[in-house]
Design a protein around this ligand. Structure first.
Ligand SMILES: [Zn+2]
Length: 125
């Protein structure tokens, strides 16, 4: 393969915009899911006579909660990526310190590992 490409300023700007758009979307999602988990919690009290309904309400609540947790974890990664852009360390592999390929960053803006380290990470487990 060709030498690792570094991001141009324009690409970096585009990635930052994308991260910020994704961030505000996730913030909405977390708020919605938390509200949903709350509503299900509140409703569950009404299903005492019907264990099947109570079960499905609690299943839906758990689903909302786990989606919300997942969105929160993504938010942390995105915040982290935005911070790295501000600090100028964005696009550098956390493990080996090499530049992460521009194409990889465009596909996965919050990537913190280069392809090699990522692959090692996956096979090492
Ligand atoms: Zn690396």
């Amino acid at each position: 393969m060709a030498k690792t490409k570094t991001l141009t300023q324009a690409q970096l700007r585009a990635i930052r915009e994308e991260l910020e758009a994704e961030r505000s979307q996730l913030l909405h999602q977390v708020a919605d899911l938390d509200a949903e988990a709350d509503v299900k919690n509140w409703r569950e009290g009404g299903f005492d006579d019907d264990p099947a309904d109570a079960g499905s309400a609690s299943f839906e609540r758990e689903t909302a909660q786990s989606l919300s947790n997942h969105a929160r974890r993504q938010l942390i990664q995105i915040d982290d990526a935005i911070r790295r852009i501000e600090q100028g360390s964005y696009g550098t592999c956390e493990r080996c310190g090499e530049r992460i390929d521009a194409a990889r960053l465009e596909a996965l803006p919050h990537a913190t590992l280069c392809m090699d380290c990522k692959r090692r990470d996956e096979t090492g487990r």
